[in-house]
Ligand binder design. Structure first.
Ligand code: OGA
Ligand code: NI
Length: 356
């Protein structure tokens, strides 16, 4: 029997879902069938669905002193009640977003052999492949991925960065700088909303770790029986997602129901991750989310995981504890936090295991 990963820090090789979908099968191989999951609601032929909209945050309103108090309140409720929202007027140029989408699309359009030059290797999550496949029996998600660490610059492993399509590397480099800018301003306003010392909160994101995961969800003949990405919460500080088209696929669990996040042209979707849940001492929650697929059209997403600097301990902010509430979570070094994440046993949700 081939060696299997000892933890989630690497993933077994799996077939390409894009290649499978190209053959236009009538049914789906059993390894992808997820009749064990909650009802999977997807979109109809016109992309319609019946979800209520997730909150919208306007960055110019956060900056403008006249509108700031109200928009900070909106941000606070969005983080508390949803954990996911869309940001408009974020200051990142259309050109940057357009280029990143284009390069991602061109990458997934390359022949399989070319994509495989950048395939994951045993012992690393980076590269072209899948995440968190640790056994040969495990059910699989209906997607292909390319995962790369982007910042700090020293963390880049260039042997996984595609040389094709042209300009892919420099586009991702400048895109990750742009995402860092969004993460820093967003965490600055979150600090204000939480009444925390802003610098302590956003500075670690200035010096933070950034990772990008580009995911391709091909069309599927039985979309109600597979999952694009299995339900999870992110272990990041915050996550910034860019849609490449207008096909909905991302869903968030809100009051027990799976709600679609409708793509809005030019917007960036943000969700809080487990590190912000811990720093905010549970005031902000890392929402459970998943991706569904559809029968008609491929969907691509570009997700940036933003982590505070690894020199910062992961624990409840002192200012929140000082004001009288007891800490709900343990304080761990960044390294210990990541180690526990990658070695979790899935018997209880990860953040529950960090509670005091
Ligand atoms: C993720 C994620 C959702 C999507 O990569 O963590 O939640 O729609 N992706 O691609
Ligand atoms: Ni996620």
């Amino acid at each position: 029997m081939a060696k299997v990963p000892e933890n989630l820090e690497w993933s077994l090789p799996v077939p390409s879902v894009q290649e499978l979908a190209i053959q236009r099968p009538d049914t789906v191989p059993s390894r992808y069938i997820r009749d064990d999951l909650d009802h999977i609601n997807t979109v109809d032929v016109d992309h319609h669905h019946s979800s209520i909209p997730v909150p919208l945050i306007d960055m110019t309103k956060l900056v403008n002193p006249d509108s700031q108090p109200q928009e900070l309140q909106n941000l606070h409720s969005a983080c508390k009640d949803w954990g996911i929202f869309q940001i408009i007027n974020h200051g990142i140029s259309d050109e940057s977003l357009r280029n990143m989408r284009k390069r991602t699309q061109e990458f997934f359009e390359l022949p399989l052999e070319e994509k495989k030059r950048w395939a994951q290797k045993p012992g690393s999550l980076e590269g072209y492949g899948q995440a968190f496949v640790i056994s040969y029996e495990q059910k699989l998600d209906w997607n292909d991925m390319l995962f790369l660490k982007t910042l700090p610059i020293q963390a880049r492993k260039m042997n996984f960065w595609p040389e094709q399509p042209q300009h892919f590397r420099e586009t991702l480099e400048s895109y990750s700088e742009d995402m860092r800018r969004v993460a820093v301003s967003l965490t600055r306003f979150m600090a204000m909303a939480l009444k925390l010392e802003a610098e302590e909160f956003f500075k670690p994101f200035q010096e933070g770790r950034y990772e990008t995961r580009m995911t391709c969800y091909p069309p599927c003949p039985e979309p109600e029986r597979v999952i694009g990405m299995v339900p999870h919460s992110d272990n990041s500080g915050i996550t910034l997602l860019l849609e490449c088209g207008d096909m909905p696929g991302l869903q968030v669990l809100k009051d027990g129901k799976w709600v679609f996040v409708e793509p809005i042209d030019g917007a960036i979707v943000a969700n809080t991750g487990q590190i912000i849940e811990i720093i905010s001492n549970g005031i902000y929650k890392a929402p459970e989310h998943r991706a569904v697929v559809n029968r008609w059209k491929e969907r691509l997403s570009i997700v940036t995981f933003c982590y505070p600097s690894s020199s910062l301990n992961v624990g409840p902010a002192k200012d929140l504890i000082k004001s009288g509430s007891p800490p709900l979570y343990k304080t761990l070094t960044h390294e210990e936090y990541m180690h526990r994440f990658y070695n979790q046993k899935f018997d209880i949700p990860f953040n529950e295991s960090l509670k005091l």
